[in-house]
Design a protein around this ligand. Structure first.
Ligand code: ADP
Ligand code: MG
Length: 711
């Protein structure tokens, strides 16, 4: 094969591929030899233990090897006239076994009597009960091997290098239509055998030695065609030494990018604020509560960052209801006191409106100007922001649109960051010159994982809830017990508390959902003629929505019916009941966020989940909700139900996807890789001594690294 040492050569030229299969492979993302090498099996089957026919057990998947003594195509006449069965009988000296393939008549041209074959499949007792047969087995013909050069010595020491599809631990790949497992496995065998020598190791030798990482070429060969001594479990869970080597490489490259970004940011010149603290003291004097110790500690971290000349990039994590908003406000006031503007960006209009409603009186009482800038309000407000008339601006992504400019933006706060991409964060930062950035999230994830996802950020946690909070009681109801929900709502409202009723919003039928919320509100009004029912949803004009929210906050509305627009951030301490309709349709973090809307004042609050059934995963989510209010545990469960890719919304957050590594499973590797990557960047920020590593990092991060750099 020509070019076998060139990993970037098109896959088409690999033996057995050609233009037609190359098109199929392209659908799997395999365009070059390198792509193929890194297209890993998603599971493995152990077909290595060859059983004597006499020792077969019925109803088990087993491997046999024998000589074909007879083949035949039969048509069972009784029931299904068009069914054709190809049969082959093999013997291994201990007994004979019939193999059957349904509707694969072409096999009569594949199998010849006298051939040695290996079969792998489920063994069944035959119709007469007199012996065994094996149905639709995978097969491999052993002495059909006319092609010695496709048995590269690079693959030895393999116990039976001539077996690819049976008689060994066999890789199973994800397929695309038109490409069989056997086709693809054959191609992979050629690639793994011929092309691994061209793979160079870009990990610094010191690190390889220090941690005893296996050789990269050996690792790739073994991931595709494992030694028969490998543990099937490790292979299938992606934790074989060879898998771990590839995970290390991937995570290390990822961490290098994060380290490089962070290094760059800390050497940039930002604003060095020197606040006297007057505004904050006046604010604190007005608050009806004292800060918690955790709030104070975290604010202290922020102030230190703001004083320092390097731009702040800090992530504040705290469970729903821990009081992040006030910390954000204090930070913004600090910037304002020093003559700068501050902006807070929230993921939804309603949340921006909420922040505005909560903050504007406090801010205005201090003699400052605060503006709300959302999609629908943009034009009016933009001028005042540019002119510097606004001290604090609260907004949605309308803030980052063209045409919005600031006079002197010194601090940006991004609320519920998991809803925003890295790009949006970067664009907002460019509205000032290296403004300080504070990012707030209510997704409590383990520290190591947080460091990965937001690895370029510093990190503080508000790990304490304000005092006198009673944990919310959560109950699960099914449709037949609906009436008990109404009874509970009525009871609480009569005590002077308020309730939310939330309907799910499913993107493809937003209109229908809206209709169900409207119908729901009407039904509640009929049921409770003496209560005031409010309705709020994403299609209302912001001014209308603001009115409804204000009325609810002031206690004029007893029951607020809504679509999921209230999911994040809304703060009405007197609300004591959260009813979630079709709770089975919500994600776990979403449910936790919704529940966080109640239990914000003193007194007992309730979260009522109304389920209409749903999948096992849905049931699991609801059980977790009933069991715990611990946001940390919920995040972990969510992570394990959804898997890291989806949980972190990596695509949304602008992080490249991990192909091999799994941040949850590979926490240990992550810790090591992170430590080593940051140390290396500290020694050699431009990686000038490591050109291959530099290239690998560029390949992994692609344009994103550029984006980060200009952030
Ligand atoms: P989140 O962290 O979910 O954004 P909020 O900032 O909305 O939480 O705060 C939740 C509620 O707790 C608000 O009503 C807020 O006024 C109140 N709160 C915040 N800090 C304290 C505190 N130290 N003591 C008592 N209540 C507080
Ligand atoms: Mg909040």
């Amino acid at each position: 094969m020509k070019n076998q040492n060139d990993l970037s050569s098109p896959i088409q030229y690999v033996k057995g591929v050609g233009p037609q299969r190359a098109r199929l492979l392209a659908r799997l993302g395999i365009k070059t030899v390198r792509d193929a090498l890194f297209y890993l099996p998603y599971r493995y089957e152990d077909r290595s233990a060859i059983k004597k026919i006499a020792l077969l057990c019925p109803e088990e998947i087993q491997t046999v090897q024998g000589k074909i003594i007879k083949t035949d195509v039969v048509t069972p006449t009784n029931k299904r006239p068009r069914l054709k069965i190809f049969e082959a009988v093999i013997t291994d000296g201990s007994g004979a076994l019939k193999a059957k393939w349904f509707n694969q008549v072409y096999l009569k041209n594949v199998f010849k009597t006298g051939q040695q074959v290996v079969l792998y499949g489920t063994v069944k007792v035959n119709y007469w009960g007199s012996g065994f047969e094996i149905v639709n087995p995978e097969y491999e013909i052993l002495d059909d091997n006319d092609d010695e050069e496709s048995n590269p010595s690079a693959l030895s020491p393999q116990p039976s290098a001539s077996c690819i599809h049976t008689g060994r631990i066999v890789p199973i790949y994800r397929l695309t239509e038109g490409l069989s497992q056997k086709n693809l496995r054959g191609i992979m065998y050629a690639v793994a055998g011929n092309s691994t020598p061209a793979v160079s190791d870009f990990i610094p030798q010191e690190i390889i030695k220090e941690y005893g990482l296996p050789d990269i070429q050996e690792s790739l060969r073994n991931i595709h065609f494992p030694y028969s001594s490998s543990s099937l479990n490790d292979l299938n869970s992606g934790t074989s030494p060879y898998h771990r080597r590839l995970s290390f490489d991937e995570i290390f490259t990822m961490q290098l990018g994060l380290a490089a970004i962070k290094k760059r940011e800390t050497t940039e010149k930002g604003i060095s604020f020197s606040p006297g603290g007057k505004l904050i003291n006046r604010l604190l004097a007005k608050l009806p509560f004292k800060l918690t110790a955790a709030q104070e500690r975290v604010f202290n971290d922020i102030i230190n960052d703001m004083r320092s000349p390097a731009p702040m990039n800090r992530l504040i994590q705290g469970d729903v209801g821990c009081g992040k908003t006030i910390v954000a406000l204090m930070s913004m006031l600090t910037a304002v006191e020093c003559g700068y503007q501050a902006a807070l960006m929230a993921p939804t209009e309603i949340l921006a409106e909420q922040h505005y409603l909560n903050m504007h009186r406090l801010v205005e009482d201090l003699g400052l100007k605060i503006h709300l800038l959302t999609g629908s309000k943009k034009n009016k407000e933009a001028g005042m922001i540019a002119s510097g008339d606004a001290d604090i601006v609260i907004g949605t992504h309308a803030l980052i649109q063209e045409g919005v400019s600031f006079k002197k933006l010194g601090l940006i706060v991004i609320d519920e960051q998991h809803r925003f991409g890295v790009m949006q964060r970067a664009t907002l930062r460019k509205k000032g010159t290296n403004p300080d950035t504070l990012i707030m999230t209510a997704t409590p994830i383990p520290r190591t994982l947080a460091l990965t996802l937001y690895g370029d950020l510093d990190y503080s946690v508000i790990d304490e809830l304000p005092p006198n909070r009673n944990p919310v009681i959560t109950r699960l109801f099914y449709e037949k017990n609906k009436s008990r929900i109404y009874a509970l709502m009525e009871e609480e409202i009569k005590k002077g508390r308020q309730a939310y009723v939330v309907y799910p919003l499913i993107e493809e039928s937003e209109k229908t959902d809206l209709k169900s919320a409207i119908t729901g509100a009407e039904a509640l009004q009929k049921m409770f003629p003496n209560f005031k029912i409010g309705l709020i949803h994403g299609r209302m004009k912001p001014a209308e929505r603001e009115d409804v929210m204000r009325e609810f906050k002031e206690g004029g509305i007893h029951i607020l019916v809504s679509t999921t627009v209230i999911e994040v951030g809304v703060d009405v301490p007197n609300a004591a009941v959260m009813v979630i309709i079709h709770a089975e349709r919500f994600g776990l973090s979403q449910l936790h966020q919704l529940r966080g809307r109640v239990g914000r004042g003193s007194g007992q609050s309730y979260c009522i989940l109304l389920s209409y059934g749903g999948s096992d995963d849905a049931r699991k989510r609801l059980d977790v909700m009933v069991e715990t209010t611990d946001g940390f545990r919920i995040a972990e469960e969510d992570l394990s139900i959804r898997g890291p890719g989806e949980f972190f919304g990596t695509r949304q957050s602008g992080m490249p996807d991990l192909k091999v590594a799994n941040l949850l499973r590979d926490v240990k590797i992550l810790e090591i890789a992170r430590k080593e990557a940051f140390a290396l960047i500290e020694r050699d920020a431009a990686l000038s001594g490591y050109p291959e590593l530099r290239k690998a990092m560029g390949d992994f991060w692609g344009e994103r690294l550029e984006m980060f750099k200009t952030a």
